[in-house]
Design a protein around this ligand. Structure first.
Ligand code: ADP
Ligand code: MG
Length: 242
């Protein structure tokens, strides 16, 4: 008989050295919002799949990182006051040569931003079946809660999301996924392949356990997460401290 592994190994929570360092740094700088780069490091310490990423400050480092990742790559300007990166032209997708990387690096570094600027060179995630959003918040009365929705207009316009107070059980996670109207998008709509629901359940449970045991995390916004037939990839993330 096969035993299923628990969804997260408890000892993982005792070795999150980088997370502590990131939070201390942000606190020292009087900063509540962690950058995408910092947020993804924390998520990867939780064992969650994020796009491979490098943070660079020179053109040479950018080219070296892109070649290490393999083309195509994505480049984004990372600065503390840029929240919606694409609104200010700070996200450049599908870059396929050293020349692209050079040009985009120069362009990104010219964007107006407060404080220190750096560029994230990251793996370009392949096209998903669908994009999902997972978030967390702290309810003043009930404490941490986890949110789930399908990316794009369904969340922004239709407010088609589900919420649960933590800690989530595997049953809660499954219900959260199935109760949104856009669930069809995950379930092989019009001949499309079915999305990996088990992986979505798993990430909901990990986020639940994390925010439930780390009350210093005020909010999380993983938006979007690309979902595949097998597995998923966190493409953008934002963590806000209390
Ligand atoms: P914003 O801060 O504007 O939300 P994102 O980092 O979410 O910026 O990037 C905007 C969009 O670009 C994403 O919704 C996604 O569709 C696409 N994107 C961003 N990063 C990647 C990546 N590494 N691989 C593939 N697509 C990406
Ligand atoms: Mg985003």
């Amino acid at each position: 008989m096969e035993f299923k592994k628990p969804f997260i190994q408890l000892e993982q929570f005792y070795f999150m050295a980088k997370m502590d360092e990131i939070i201390q740094n942000a606190r020292a700088a009087n900063r509540k919002a962690l950058t995408e780069f910092e947020s993804k490091i924390i998520l990867s310490e939780l064992g969650l799949p994020v796009t491979k990423q490098f943070l660079v400050k020179t053109k040479e480092e950018a080219i070296k990182s892109a070649n290490e990742l393999g083309f195509p790559v994505v480049m984004k300007l990372i600065a503390e006051d840029i929240v919606h990166k694409s609104d200010v032209g700070a996200v450049k997708l599908n870059l396929s040569s050293n020349k692209d990387v050079e040009e985009v690096f120069e362009h990104l570094m010219k964007i107006d931003a407060k404080g220190e600027k750096a560029v994230s060179v990251q793996e370009m995630a392949k096209k998903p079946i669908t994009e999902i959003i997972i978030g967390s918040l702290q309810d003043p009365q009930f404490g941490p809660a986890v949110m789930f929705g399908i990316g794009g207009v369904m969340v922004e316009v239709m407010k088609d999301v589900s919420f649960r107070i933590t800690p989530l059980t595997p049953f809660d996670a499954e219900e959260m996924i199935k109760e949104i109207k856009a669930y069809k998008m995950l379930d092989g709509y019009r001949g499309a392949p079915k999305a990996d629901i088990e992986s979505i359940k798993n990430i909901l449970l990990i986020i639940s356990q994390f925010v439930d045991t780390h009350l210093e995390i005020a909010e999380m916004d993983l938006n979007p997460i690309f979902v595949y037939e097998k597995g998923l990839k966190i493409v953008d993330a934002r963590i806000i401290l209390k």
